[in-house]
Design a protein around this ligand. Structure first.
Ligand code: ATP
Ligand code: MG
Length: 270
């Protein structure tokens, strides 16, 4: 049984089908990638998994039990932790206090004692932001703020980490260190499910990748197989520049005259 099982989930917003019968799993001890072009439904899947979005249909099982009727805070208590694409730290608090608060919230829930300051500092050290401990969270670079979010998640000692575009804002060296940290977190037995546009990082650290396009899972497998998949290449063609978009539309029309012209999307690359 997998740590997380997303089973035939559909999410509709009015006439928009954001997630279309998506099924995928994430395992303990593995880094799983959830990738796809802009608007493919990745964040909506995260919202369904974490309990912020009720699915139109479908089921989510976590750690052996259905969580369909479980509210957000109880999913967190059972071992899910999540970062947001939009940053969520307390801007007026220091980096250290942000992590301390995250510890406090978790201890409050579990009824344990306050953390030693050493725990907070060890966590800052672990994610590589100890140098920023005394800075206000609203004054640190974006990449550092994302690592702060990860530290806040780790304060709850989660079984499953849901990371939405965690590497944006990190430079190359920071991204390499971040990739190693993800591998270490998986080696500790945690499940990591990561939405990420940096394909070098995804291909380097993920054990398994699920690809979403227009809300559907179009491929699942190890990095090499996913990279070689024809549908994946087709879904990603044309995101790098305008000329490619034109070419892709023409190509798709030639392949299937009934195919809808895809909306122009930007930013993702494979
Ligand atoms: N609350 C909402 N109401 C209406 N439509 C929504 C809502 N949230 C998302 N959508 C739509 O659902 C689709 C999927 O959006 P989602 O944010 O899940 O994509 P994504 O894969 O995370 O994209 P990105 O890579 O840009 O973050 C998009 O068409 C989006 O416009
Ligand atoms: Mg998103």
């Amino acid at each position: 049984m997998s740590l997380l099982e997303v089973d035939d989930v559909v999410v509709q917003f009015g006439g928009v089908t954001a997630v279309n019968h998506a099924s995928f799993v994430a395992e303990s001890g593995k880094v799983t990638g959830l990738i796809g072009p802009n608007g493919a439904g990745k964040t909506t899947c995260f919202n369904v998994i974490s309990g912020l979005q009720k699915p139109t249909r479908g089921k989510v099982r976590f750690d052996g039990r259905s969580v369909n009727a479980t509210p957000v805070h109880r999913r967190a208590k059972r071992g899910m932790a999540r970062t947001f694409q939009r940053l969520e730290a307390f801007g007026s608090l220091t980096v250290r206090d942000n992590v301390r608060v995250a510890f406090d919230i978790h201890r409050g829930v579990t009824g344990m004692i306050r953390p030693a300051a050493a725990n907070v500092d060890a966590l800052l050290e672990r994610v590589g932001i100890a140098a920023y401990a005394k800075e206000r969270a609203d004054s640190i670079p974006t990449g550092t703020a994302r690592l702060l979010e990860l530290a806040r998640c780790l304060a709850s000692d989660p079984k499953l980490l849901l990371l939405d575009e965690p590497s944006s804002g990190l430079d190359e060296t920071e991204t390499d260190a971040f990739g190693e940290l993800l591998r270490d977190l998986a080696a500790e037995g945690r499940g990591v499910l990561m939405v990420e546009h940096d394909m070098d990082l995804v291909m380097a650290v993920c054990d398994v990748i699920h690809v979403l396009d227009f809300g559907e899972v179009i491929a699942s497998g190890p990095p090499a197989a996913v990279r070689a998949d024809h549908r994946v290449q087709q879904a990603y063609l044309g995101y790098s520049d305008e000329a490619d978009v034109e070419l892709t539309m023409t190509d798709l029309a030639a392949v299937d005259e009934t195919a809808e012209i895809p909306a122009v999307r930007t930013g993702a690359e494979l």
